[in-house]
Design a protein around this ligand. Structure first.
Ligand code: F6P
Length: 328
């Protein structure tokens, strides 16, 4: 291993996700294992610009593997998007003798890291942390598995009311531009229809499907709608549309919102965070930079940050078909 890197900084940026703390812990402890100093940078790039930086030893991260959110806090920094902001950030890193950065976040955070690397030739490695699972180069982002379980649990509860009152529920789930949460949680929770941004189901097909449900004897239904769905109507407009066209349905809307981002990470997310954290630090020590660590076919691999940001994490068409068959 190269000996140039003596101090690594770690930050969490963008939307928080369960498993970020487990990843911070893994980074800190891998640094300690290799006798590297680890510095925690608070509030993402915002804290980097302001020099809000603190040394973290292995005991600093005790009892956080099971905690949601991020002890380092997170932010979406506008100032870091400017050259002046990045110059201030670079000065703060130099002041603290930090030689390399681990960025835990999503594509916006990785883009910031890439620009910074280009301008200052500063070593960076990304760990994908977002519940949306919308990053190329990993089958799973940190927090996605936990969010799926949270959503399925919530829909199971909603189903009790749907059944008891013979109602149709539209349940809106997160996923800014990606339908992974909707598709997988929808199948897991036995949704009647799943509306995702990647597939334009069309309003007519939705009505057709609901008509078929009635005819086949279903008394209640759950339709999962991804917040980024492109069907042209938001979830409340969808409710109105269905009620106008199918007055026989008693329709309700439930927007799950930020509860999907919180909570204790699943075992899967904790193990994933630990594996990615180790690989991130060891890759930096091996002189690798401008990569993201990810999990592909159960192996931890590196993908250039540029590909991770620009590539698309495609929806699995087999899942779309499975969902169609399950709603028969
Ligand atoms: O990217 C994660 C995510 O939770 C998206 O699913 C959602 O659209 C967005 O963040 C919400 O962001 P904020 O917490 O800033 O409202």
């Amino acid at each position: 291993m190269s000996v140039q890197i003596k101090k690594i900084g770690v930050l969490t940026s963008g939307g928080d996700s369960p498993g970020m703390n487990a990843a911070i812990r893994a980074v800190v402890r891998t640094c300690a294992y290799h006798n590297i100093v680890c510095m925690g940078i608070y509030r993402g790039f915002e804290g980097m610009i302001e020099g809000d930086i603190l040394e973290m030893g292995p005991r600093f991260v005790k009892n956080i593997v099971n905690k949601g959110g991020t002890i380092l806090k997170s932010a979406r920094s506008k100032e870091f998007m400017t050259a002046e902001g990045r110059a201030k950030a670079y000065e703060e890193l130099k002041k603290n003798d930090i030689d390399a950065l681990v960025i835990i976040g999503g594509d916006g955070s990785f883009t910031g890291g890439m620009v910074f690397n280009k301008e200052y030739n500063f070593p960076v490695i990304g760990i994908p942390g977002t519940i949306d699972n919308d990053i190329y180069g990993t089958s799973f982002t940190l927090g996605y598995d936990t969010a799926l379980n949270t959503v399925v649990d919530a829909i199971d509860k909603i189903r009790d009311t749907a059944n008891s009152h013979n109602r149709l529920f539209f349940v809106e789930v997160m996923g800014r531009d990606a339908g992974h949460i909707a598709l997988n949680a929808g199948i897991g929770a036995g949704a009647e229809e799943i509306l995702i941004p990647e597939e334009d189901l069309g309003l007519e097909r939705l009505l057709e499907s609901l008509r078929r449900s009635k005819v086949s004897g279903k008394s209640s239904s759950i339709v999962v709608v991804s917040e980024g769905d492109k069907i042209g109507k938001n979830v409340f407009e969808l409710k109105d549309y269905v009620e106008e066209n199918m007055p026989e349905y008693d329709v309700r809307v439930s927007v799950l919102g930020h509860m999907q981002r919180g909570g204790s990470p699943s075992c899967f997310d904790r193990v994933l965070a630990s594996r990615l954290g180790v690989k991130a630090v060891e890759s930096l020590l091996e002189g690798k930079t401008n990569y993201m660590v990810g999990l592909v076919s159960d192996k931890v691999v590196l993908t250039p940050l540029e590909q991770a940001v620009k590539g698309q994490s495609k929806i699995d068409e087999e899942l779309v078909r499975v969902s169609d068959i399950m709603s028969t």
